[in-house]
Structures are given as C-alpha cells and as structure tokens.
Design a binder for this molecule. Structure first.
Ligand code: BG6
Length: 483
C-alpha cells in the first residue's frame, strides 16, 4: 500500500519510452507502491506507436535490469498500474485524442480526476507539448492538475522567461514543479536541518567566523553518449545554473519564518538577488583533453563521439562569487564543477577564520589549520569537522583531527532523489522544486558569462581542472580542497 495521505490520481508521463522514465521514474514509482494498490495509475505517453503490452514489456525490462525486482513481480505491477497512449506527431487532434483516453482510463479506474502531467522530455519539446496540453484543455481537470518540468528550464534568461510565460498562460505557479534533482538528495535537504537545528553552526555561519566557502561538484565521467545535448549546453548551463546555484542558495540563505515552500524559496531568491554581477576575471572555463582517470587512458572532449573536433564547449567552470548582504559581505564563495576530474564527489566546504591572535609559544599561526566543516553531499554522505588538538608530549605541538559522521553508518543506503521528488509532487509539496523567479534569477546571474565567455583553458582528463583555477582562489590566501 502507498502512503495513505496520497490522493488517487493519474500520472501522465510524456517521454515515457525515454531514458529518464525508464532509468529513474519507474524505479521511483515502483518504490512508492511495490505491491498491492497504488495511489496512482500511470499513463505513458510518447510518439512511438507502441501497444500497451509492448510498453509494459519495455518497463518490465527496465525495472528488472539490476536484478532488484523479480520479473514476475514487475510484470504484475506493470499490468496493474501502467497504460500507454501514443501521441504521434503531437498535432492538436493528437492531444484531443489523448484527452479522451485519459478520461476513459479515469472512468475505468474510478479515479477522481486528479492529474500529474510529467514532462520527461528533451527541452526543445517543452513548448510544443505545453501548447498541445493547453489547446486540448488538459491544464484543467476535475480535481487538481500538476505540471512537472524537467531541466534544463530555458537556455538563457530570455528563453527561461519565455518558457515561464508560456507555462503561466495555462498553469498557475502553484501547479508547477520544476525539477532540479539535487534538491531531492537527502544531504541537500539536510542542509536546512543541519544549519537551522544546530545553533552551534548557525551562530558561526557568517562573515565574522567564515573565511570562505567552497562548493565542488566533480565528476570523473566524461560526456558519455550525450554529446548532442552537451555540445549545446556546456558545464555552465548543465551544472552551474541549476545544481550549483541550489547548493549555494541553501548554504547561504537566512532562516525562513516557517518551514513552508514559498518562505524557503523567498529566502533562496534573496541570496540570488544579493549576488554581485560576475566579472570576467572571476570565472575560469576549461575543456578536458586526453588523459588518465583512475587507471584508464581516456580521450579528450573533442575526440568523444558526436563532439565537434574544434568544439569550444566548456566541460569545467570555476567561479568566485560575492554575496552582498549583511551575513556574507566580504566572504568569497568559490564554485567549481567539471567532467573528467579525478573522482566523483560533491561537497560544500566551509572554512572558518583563524584565531585573531596567536597565543601558543612554540608554533606560529601558519602552522595551524583553521577549523573547517566539509558537508559531503555525495558519495560518502555525511560531514567532516576539522579541529586542532594538542599532540601528546612535552612540547606544545598542534595536529588537525577530523571528526566524521557518515549517513550510511547510521541509516544505511539513501533513497534516490527521484523517489523523494515524485512523492512530493504527489503530496503537493513544492518545497524541493524551483520557482519561476528563482530560475530566472540564476539565468540572470550567469548571463554575462553566456554573452562573453572567458577564454577556454585546456586540462588533461584526470586533473582538477585547468591551472588557471588556482589563481582564482589564491588572492585571499585560499586554496581549493584537494580531493
Ligand atoms: C545532470 C547533468 O543534471 O546531473 C549531468 O545533466 C550530470 O551532466 C548529472 O552528470 C550529475 O548528477 P549526479 O546526481 O550524478 O551528481
């Protein structure tokens, strides 16, 4: 049985034969109601002229591919919960026919008319699909209707505004759920608890105590099979505008008056509005060349399948940002992300100030490491607090010790972000979804870099980005975390 508070509804997934549905949404839906009744009936929608048994067989193959669900169980689940409708070329009459099919399924399944419309589609398909939905009156139903839109939401400020305007032609903002899957990660949600339930840290979370903040989202993988998309995106659009901005706002925001979706999002937007415009010398763009990751020799970006051999797409971005508000004035925020870096790791590293006066006789301030707190978002989710201790012995000698907390040791494996996000859509909780103004503000922030990208610096695959990224942080005596 699914969680009892969920209202029964139809979940219509556009792009149901695609990667996202097959790899992420199906396992998430299965986890909401693995056996027995479910609060939802899924209607897969795509162009492919599949019949229902064909669609179900495809879904069963996806659900069973890692061996976690037995084939018999998956087949029974699919037969009970999955339907399929082809929308052909997506002409207005196709959406009219879809509307009729949805009503038929709702009647047969005795559903009250609540609907989730999930656009698991490539970005180019968002506008025609939203228009098709609107033209067929599918933005309204007998109960509630919610629209879920995947990333990327626009490719610059103008297109994001145009897409928001189109969405709002048919849907109120309270119906819209823009996905950034980082918000569904447990450790990202935990940022609010960590910060606002622990006075110890919150009272030090400001310019008086913090020297700088580093946010690293590193990937060891290259562009894989996604050159078609990535060539038109690059790391700035693919990672910074969304995932890194979300990590930044949750790290820097003030405490909202209540734990409520709009109050939390208001505080995040305030951070984005307080960010100073990025100057060209505060950004470094890089592109990986051939190199070694782990023990494997890997090709450079320009040699990857589907990539233009003279491509100038950036696979690495590092930024130095300033937040002009009372809490953070003067504290640099260093952000970096890249593909083909030495390892996959995401963390927020808060570096605290050194003691104002040096008091120990035998050592100098240069010999101590200032306190720091590293929040590990993934993998090895948890945190690490670096403190100074006295080495035992007659001399006063200091040593850095790291205190660890690891989620897996206490709670076991964590759920996939999509499980959290799909449940929140079903519940009608918008807290972990990006609001229209939030998405526009983050596009506004990176607009100068989209218009005038900095010079592209090469780095060998397996390095921590181009050497120029070091100079971005050294002026204040800072350095990037190694590893
Ligand atoms: C996606 C990007 O949004 O996030 C990918 O399009 C990237 O390029 C992925 O690899 C990283 O997500 P995660 O959850 O593996 O850190």
């Amino acid at each position: 049985m699914g969680p009892p508070e969920l209202a029964r509804h139809l979940l219509v997934v556009f792009g149901a034969t695609g990667d996202l549905m097959q790899r992420k949404l199906l396992p998430a839906l299965h986890s909401v109601a693995p056996v027995g009744d479910a609060p939802f009936v899924v209607v897969g929608v795509a162009r492919q002229p599949l019949d229902e048994p064909g669609f179900r067989a495809q879904c069963v193959a996806s659900l069973t591919s890692d061996g976690s669900v037995p084939t018999g169980d998956a087949a029974a689940w699919a037969a009970r919960h999955l339907h399929y409708v082809s929308v052909g070329a997506g002409a207005p009459e196709d959406y009219q026919r879809l509307s009729g099919e949805l009503e038929r399924i709702e009647r047969e399944e005795a559903l009250p008319g609540n609907r989730v419309l999930y656009l698991a589609l490539p970005a180019a398909a968002f506008p025609p699909t939203i228009e098709g939905l609107g033209s067929a009156g599918l933005h309204r139903s007998k109960g509630w209707t919610r629209l879920v839109v995947e990333k990327p939401f626009g490719r610059d400020l103008a297109s994001a505004r145009a897409l928001n305007a189109l969405v709002h032609q048919f849907f109120a903002e309270t119906q819209v759920y823009r996905i950034d899957h980082y918000l569904g990660k447990e450790t990202v949600q935990n940022l609010l608890v960590f910060r606002f339930a622990n006075m110890l840290f919150e009272s030090a979370w400001n310019r008086d105590r913090v020297d700088c903040v580093e946010i690293t989202v590193a990937e060891d993988l290259g562009v894989e099979h996604r050159a078609g998309y990535y060539e038109t995106a690059g790391a700035l659009r693919d990672m910074v505008q969304n995932h890194l901005m979300q990590l930044l706002t949750l790290t820097a925001m003030a405490v909202p008056a209540q734990y409520e979706a709009d109050q939390i999002r208001n505080e995040k937007v305030k951070v984005l509005r307080s960010l100073e415009a990025i100057r060209p010398e505060e950004a470094v763009f890089g592109q990986y060349g051939p190199g070694t990751v782990g023990a494997a020799a890997v090709p450079g970006y320009r040699e990857e399948p589907g990539v233009n051999p003279t491509s100038t797409t950036e696979t690495y971005v590092a930024l130095r940002l300033k937040i002009n508000n009372f809490r953070w004035q003067g504290v640099p925020f260093f952000l970096r992300t890249g593909k083909r870096l030495p390892t996959k790791t995401t963390y927020i590293h808060v570096h605290f100030r050194s003691p104002p006066v040096w008091f120990f006789p035998a050592t100098s301030p240069g010999e101590i490491t200032a306190n720091s707190l590293r929040i590990m978002v993934q993998p090895d989710e948890g945190f690490e607090l670096a403190i100074e201790v006295k080495k035992p012995g007659h001399e006063i000698a200091l040593q850095t010790q790291r205190m660890h907390f690891q989620y897996s040791e206490v709670f076991g494996p964590l759920a996939d972000a999509y499980q959290t996000l799909i449940l929140d859509v079903m519940r009608g909780d918008q807290t972990l979804f990006v609001r229209a103004d939030e998405v526009e503000e983050s596009w506004r922030l990176i607009a100068p870099l989209l218009e005038h990208p900095p010079a592209l610096r090469p780095y060998p695959a397996g390095a921590w980005g181009p050497t120029e990224s070091t100079a971005l942080v050294t002026p204040g005596g800072h350095h990037w975390t190694e590893g």
